[in-house]
Design a protein around this ligand. Sequence first.
Ligand code: ADP
Ligand code: ASP
Ligand code: MG
Length: 405
Amino acid sequence: MKTVVLKFGGTSVGSIDRIKKVSNIILGYKKKKNKVIVVSSAMSGVTNDLIKKSKLISNQFNEAEYDVLVSTGEQAACALIAGRLSHLGLNSRSWMSWQIPIITDGPYKSSRIDKIATKELLKYINSGGIPIITGFQGINIHSRLTTIGRSGSDASAIMLAKFLKADECIIYTDVEGVFTTDPRLHKKAKKIERIEYDEMLEMSSLGSKVMQPTSVQDAKLNIIDIRVKSSFINKPGTLITKSFKKKDFSDQIITGISSTKNDAKITIAGVKDKPGVAAHIFEPLSKNLINVDMVVQNISLNGKETDLTFTIKSEDIKKTEKIIRENKNITYKKISFDKDLAKVSIIGVGMITTPGITYRMFKALASEKINIMVISTSEIKISVLISSKLVKKAITVLHKEFKLD
Ligand code: ADP
Ligand code: ASP
Ligand code: MG
């Protein structure tokens, strides 16, 4: 008898009709004599609505209350699924994170799952019950509700698979699997059959929304295979698993292309070129939880002054500008801001051993007259910052250049 964890995302449980369909999928696993654990997200749009409400109440909404508020969507979805399964004659009940409990660590809004108690859950599963568990939420050592970051139900499923020693963890979503790039942005995107954790981690951190980055990290650390598949159509999907590609040879050098939106670029011109200046600039940004992404510092022409460029999310521009203007520890000549930018990245372990990938990427972008503003690289990815208007064009030309079409 296999134990399977099934996670359903927002669109998969987005309406009563969808919940009925998802219940039939669960029934299918039960008929095949599996032990089934279900993790659900909130119905699509619900979490966003709750976040909007929190902002209307206060622009500094208490973070602990924020977690109580935004995790309610999962409670409703779980009750609806459990209710439907009972209607179908199955033994099922909802479990909130605090009833299990799923213990988290770290700050409100972005906690991480630390431990999951399994005794009661296992008793229930072994007696034939199907627990429907709230994704996204946990409880901390102070017995207060927490959430584990947007799209966190993915991580809830993976950690439940770990603690329950499940044989399979299946992430049901609204696309057929992980594609070479977002299939909604590029029609020629192809489904990937198998992808390594490291590549998936880069793809999701660089904007491929299909899996939450933290969840991929949890899967990698605990060596849990993930299958991503559609809740709309029964096809094999994508397997996310440990390293399997030979590092010395690969005909497919690039595995996927990711993109972000709403990036902004800040250039501080004429800052002193001496040790400690960059730290003085970034310290208050980090204290104010502003996520700095790409950073470039130009070589100083006169040995005294230099320009520093970095990227943040557009919604943080005002806050960042205020912090820099009020920073008494730095001097500069000019500060400039650019918004409506996007980061496009190519990802693939094949680039470790294949020279010339950077050149091919830049040449392909140049052929479409796409101007690159900032570049950053790691062993298995190259990212460029471009105008957000050109993202589709960039993905199209790169997808073709690296033979992903
Ligand atoms: P869920 O609600 O099931 O968690 P998400 O919206 O979080 O679903 O993730 C699925 C979406 O991710 C898809 O609808 C798709 O538009 C987007 N996406 C972005 N990049 C990719 C990719 N490389 N492969 C598949 N889907 C992607
Ligand atoms: N409902 C939460 C969100 O929208 C968690 C999730 O969907 O995984 O971020
Ligand atoms: Mg998701």
